[in-house]
Design a protein around this ligand. Structure first.
Ligand SMILES: [Zn+2]
Length: 158
């Protein structure tokens, strides 16, 4: 029930995410380029003429680490590039298709506005007492499953 309402909310806000008014500053830009031709599997050369064809913005929750837990929204811009192979086929990098986006666990074919941690945050905010994120960010992060308790062990820091 919760997941369904979140998905609906995400769609309303996020589609099409790249055309809405943007007032938040972008904290980082991530570029996505296809490695090889989707038709003949030939790798693209270093001097390939990549062309931007789409972009999306992502809001994600940054939780810091065990020593300095924090709750902060990061605003990323994802640029997607296309390239044309010598065989004539045009290949586009697309959201949720790359190995660097394995964290996207739901409906990978869609364009999402919120990253997985932020979606968890919304989910948790429905079931934990109001204010716990501000009062105890470390506990909140563990609840969110992003800071396993064994990270506190000394061996993890070296
Ligand atoms: Zn090709």
């Amino acid at each position: 029930m919760i997941a369904e309402s979140l998905k609906k909310a995400g769609r309303q806000v996020g589609s099409p995410g790249y055309s809405r008014n943007l007032t938040l500053p972008v904290t980082r830009t991530i570029e996505h380029r296809p490695d090889c031709c989707a038709a003949c599997r030939q790798s693209f050369a270093d001097n390939t003429d990549y062309r931007p064809w789409n972009a999306r913005f992502e809001l994600e929750l940054e939780i810091g680490n065990a020593e300095s837990p924090k709750l902060q929204i990061e605003h990323s811009r994802h640029d997607y590039f296309s390239a044309t192979c010598p065989c004539g086929h045009q290949t586009r990098a697309e959201p949720g298709r790359g190995a660097d986006e394995d964290g996207w666990s739901v409906a990978l074919s869609e364009w999402h506005l919120c990253g997985p941690r932020l979606v968890s945050f919304f989910g948790l905010s429905l079931i934990v007492p109001t204010g716990i994120a501000q009062q105890n960010p470390s506990l909140f992060a563990r609840l969110a499953g992003n800071l396993p308790q064994h990270q506190h062990h000394q061996s993890m820091h070296s």
